[in-house]
Design a binder for this molecule. Structure first.
Ligand SMILES: *[C@@H]1O[C@H](CO)[C@@H](O)[C@H](O)[C@H]1NC(C)=O
Length: 179
């Protein structure tokens, strides 16, 4: 985590030094977790995503794991205690870049298809990931969205129900409207 905060500071420092670069941010981005199996579907929403997007393409997301809210309180408890070990690993993060940022015109309304790649850290385990997304500009308001699959076992997450009640591959939906 220390390394990530350092990287965030670095991002702010880099961008502050360049008058041309603007940083959009929010502390209330949304992320949805969805697991679908023949046994059951499990969904949780989190509205505490700390997100930054710089016009040079740098992108950071921080997610408080305990911010995921399930319909079933017991399920939420198991998610935190048994699977995510949230006391030990309270945050998940992503740090990367929009690889085709040059195609995004922040001064013009539009919906731009982007590819984001970088390092995802979940449950204390880091993986290189790449995902498609959209950056929407509307009247100066910037929103980033993405839907992608994540293989939870790649992050050392273990539990009896993985591959049974809980899918090995879950769907993540991200929606961050920057302030
Ligand atoms: C998550 O949010 C979606 C969209 O707002 C909503 O339809 C769904 O019921 C929510 N799920 C839970 C578990 O709160």
């Amino acid at each position: 985590m220390k390394r990530i905060w350092l990287a965030c500071l670095l991002l702010v420092a880099i961008t502050a030094g360049n008058a041309q670069t603007k940083v959009y941010q929010t502390k209330s981005g949304k992320v949805r977790f969805y697991s679908s199996t023949a046994v059951e579907n499990i969904e949780a929403n989190n509205t505490q995503v700390d997100a930054k997007l710089a016009t040079n393409g740098q992108m950071v997301f921080m997610v408080a794991i305990r911010g995921f809210v399930f319909k079933n309180a017991l399920m939420q408890e198991h998610f935190n205690e048994n699977y995510m070990e949230s006391d030990k690993f309270p945050k998940a993060s992503f740090m990367g870049t929009v690889t085709n940022i040059k195609e995004v015109d922040f001064t013009k309304d539009g919906s731009y298809k982007v590819t984001v790649s970088g390092d995802m850290e979940i449950h204390g385990t880091k993986q290189k990931v790449s995902a498609p997304g959209t950056i929407e500009i509307k009247g100066g308001v910037v929103t980033a969205t993405s839907v992608f699959k994540l293989t939870i076992t790649d992050y050392g997450i273990k539990g009896n129900y993985i591959g049974d009640k809980i899918a090995r591959e879950v769907e993540i939906t991200l929606n961050c409207k920057y302030d």
